[in-house]
Design a protein around this ligand. Structure first.
Ligand SMILES: [Zn+2]
Length: 124
């Protein structure tokens, strides 16, 4: 049965088999950004070339900017607080989600730009 790409993306699974884990540790671990060398299920090597995942920083930046604009607009339309309150809320929000956003950007980059296609035969 074909596994939906969005569910695999949010569960941070291998882009080829959508079964194996991508990251070594949880998002709350100090080494939250380390990923496995290869998929434990299908053996796909995740980092095809050195520095491949540096491009994920662009996705990370875009997600953060989108969140800042959304949060700023929501605050402006609802409470319209003083300027320093904007800074405190937005920076606190971004910092608290930093590890999750970075990991999501990295796995998005892997799905979009690695050139790996889903192989239904590899998933159980
Ligand atoms: Zn795999």
């Amino acid at each position: 049965m074909k596994k939906p790409v969005l569910i695999s993306l949010f569960n941070q699974k291998c882009p080829r088999c959508r079964e194996g884990k991508f990251f070594k540790y949880s998002a709350l671990h100090i080494r939250f950004d380390e990923h496995l060398e290869s998929c434990s299920h299908c053996g796909l090597k995740y980092e095809g070339e050195p520095g491949f995942f540096q491009g994920s920083l662009y996705i990370n930046y875009a997600i953060n900017v989108a969140m800042i604009i959304t949060l700023f607009t929501a605050l402006k339309l609802t409470f319209d607080p003083a300027l320093h309150i904007y800074y405190i809320i937005i920076i606190g929000f971004i910092l608290s989600l930093m590890t999750f956003i970075y990991r999501f950007a990295k796995i998005c980059f892997m799905y979009l730009f690695s050139g790996v296609k889903y192989d239904e035969k590899l998933s159980s």
